[in-house]
Design a protein around this ligand. Structure first.
Ligand code: RP5
Length: 170
């Protein structure tokens, strides 16, 4: 019997970051999506060093099937805002904790968008990356019920883990 050919489902979430150095933070978004069974891709796309790649990524995002973009950047963090300016695919911005200003620069760069071009902005660092992934999963749950079920299961496990260890002295 011939082995069945399996092809990976096309990504519905794009995780992009301004530099490879952002992966330490953004891997937490990828890990959460992986755990929830959300097909996603991961790319380095820099607003400053590869602006043409950014424009192309944004221009092709919806046509390639992406329904959410999670964009992480640090410092003068223009990546999420510029992507949002060039595509109507919802952009979730993750401020990466910068060395110089601890990520406050990243946060303000991402959150202070002018009216008309929204970026949903998350917490600085690992928590923001993880929550952006959970938020993306919630956005997808209406049309991807298996993702909604995974999200429900994750929350139940999280609640149970807290309740089973509710004495901090132990
Ligand atoms: C930003 O500059 C990146 O998002 C990164 O957080 C920061 C520093 O980049 P590297 O100098 O580490 O490549 O564009």
């Amino acid at each position: 019997m011939a082995a069945a050919l399996t092809t990976a489902p096309p990504p519905v979430v794009g995780i992009v970051m301004g530099s490879r150095s952002d992966w330490e933070t953004m891997q937490h978004a990828s890990a959460k999506l992986e755990a929830l069974g959300v097909p996603h891709e991961v790319r380095v796309v820099s607003a400053h060093r590869t602006p043409d790649v950014l424009f192309d990524y944004a221009a092709t995002a919806r046509g390639r099937g992406l329904r959410v973009i999670i964009a992480g950047a640090g410092g003068a963090a223009h990546l999420p805002g510029m992507l949002a300016a060039k595509t109507s695919v919802p952009v979730l911005g993750v401020p990466v904790q910068s060395k110089a200003l601890n990520g406050l620069d990243s946060l303000l760069s991402i959150v202070q968008m002018p009216a008309g071009i929204p970026v949903a902005t998350f917490a600085i660092g690992q928590a923001g990356a993880a929550n952006a992934a959970l938020f993306a999963a919630a956005m997808l749950a209406d049309t991807m019920p298996e993702v909604g079920a995974s999200l429900d299961a994750f929350r139940e496990q999280q609640t149970a883990a807290v309740m089973q260890n509710d004495d901090p002295r132990k």
